[in-house]
Design a protein around this ligand. Structure first.
Ligand code: MN
Length: 128
């Protein structure tokens, strides 16, 4: 069984790159381009990992993370925030609202899978 990753990201280029990298590494990818769709998709798919862009139109990533944590079956799903390097305070805030870790934009294609997998593995170990 492939690991299911839901990407919630409004930027087409980032979505394309993240999807490409994940599929190349044998993950099963699901896409949502805004927060509302992301929350709906998370409930129906029950992904193993949620990659959550913080800067989304309308409902931002913090609000999305809070909402996801209120859904019983998603309470322990690893959420990895995708934050902009330039935005001071984003990472701390992301963790505060329920994310388990973060990766910084711009995404480094050579490092991204490793960074994500590291957060996922650490999280899974804490759960045991
Ligand atoms: Mn964005």
């Amino acid at each position: 069984m492939k690991t299911k990753v839901l990407i919630i990201e409004d930027n087409e280029q980032n979505m394309y790159m993240l999807s490409f990298l994940l599929e190349q590494n044998n993950y099963e990818v699901f896409q949502a381009f805004d927060g509302e769709d992301g929350i709906a998709a998370a409930q129906s798919i029950k992904p193993d990992i949620i990659l959550l862009d913080i800067q989304l139109p309308g409902m931002d990533g913090y609000a999305v993370a809070r909402s996801l944590r209120e859904i019983e079956k998603l309470k322990t799903t690893p959420i990895i925030a995708v934050t902009s390097h330039a935005m001071v305070g984003d990472k701390e805030m992301a963790i505060q609202v329920g994310a388990n870790g973060y990766v910084e934009k711009p995404i480094n294609p050579d490092m991204f899978i490793e960074e994500m997998q590291k957060i996922y593995t650490n999280f899974s170990m804490e759960e045991l």
